[in-house]
Design a protein around this ligand. Structure first.
Ligand code: 13P
Length: 251
């Protein structure tokens, strides 16, 4: 039985004071939830403050990206070890916005995933097709290439440490969600890729989140699909009550 994981990707939102207000509002709303893993991913500048606020709660901390070197002359970058140091347990890697706006490649994703694991973080690795790729019936081909190139050379130990987030690019921030059937089909494909490469027990334990316009009113249908083990939530994670409702629909 896979424990569902609901993560909030706050993207580039919230000053420190706003981040603190959000987690203060969220904590009591989900305090009694034990069967779901809950994660919030603030901007770098809010991580330390949010970590202090989350102490002793059932909400875990994640970041939105990392660099693959541990330290050095890489102006502007933050390493996985630094994230671990401020209390993060998770890190999103290869989000489509990073691929789109910051030229992130599968090769970079690969290096970042390995560094995150070495630092003791759980990478949440994002894959997903663009609208034109879906319309050209290339969804599986695109996702397979992202998996092959981003994760193809991981050891079984490394592969057993990650979470996948399937985020169809056309569903992100558009209000247009994949139907539960559309999402399930790709999730099953992703699990099949892991089964082929790493065997049954690893594939059966792998958690695959869906992301893309997840809201309180569509979360339950998505989360009830056989291969959907959680959600990576953007916009709705910025409101404590909406995010708490999504967490509870995973119960
Ligand atoms: P929205 O939920 O705002 O569509 O964002 C999804 C996403 O990109 C999460 O990483």
């Amino acid at each position: 039985m896979r424990k569902k994981v609901i993560a909030g990707n706050w993207k580039m939102h919230n000053l420190v004071s706003e981040s603190l207000a959000l987690v203060r509002a969220l904590k009591p709303l989900v305090a009694d939830v034990k069967e779901v893993e809950i994660v919030v991913c603030p901007v770098y500048t809010s991580l330390y403050a949010v970590a202090s606020e989350l102490g002793g709660s059932n909400i875990k901390l994640g970041a939105q990206d990392c660099f693959w070197e541990e330290k050095g002359a890489f102006t502007g970058e933050v390493s996985a070890w630094m994230l671990k140091d401020v209390g993060a347990e998770f890190v999103i890697i290869g989000h489509s916005e990073r691929r789109q706006y910051f030229c992130e490649t599968d090769e970079w994703v690969n290096k970042k995933v390995k560094s995150a694991i070495r630092a003791g973080l759980t990478p949440i690795v994002c894959v997903g097709e663009k609208l034109e790729e879906r319309e050209a019936n290339r969804t599986f081909e695109v996702v397979r290439a992202q998996l092959d190139n981003g994760l193809g050379d991981l050891s079984p130990e490394e592969a057993g440490r990650i979470i996948i987030a399937y985020e169809p690019v056309w569903a992100i921030g558009t209000g247009r969600t994949a139907t539960p059937q559309q999402a399930q089909e790709v999730h099953a494909f992703i699990r099949g890729w892991f089964r082929e490469k790493f065997g049954d027990s690893l594939a059966d334990a792998l958690r695959i989140q869906y992301g893309g316009s997840v809201k309180p009113d569509n979360a339950r249908d998505l989360l009830s699909q056989e291969d959907i083990d959680g959600a990576l939530v953007g916009g709705a994670s910025l409101k404590a009550d909406a995010f708490a409702e999504i967490v509870k629909s995973a119960l």
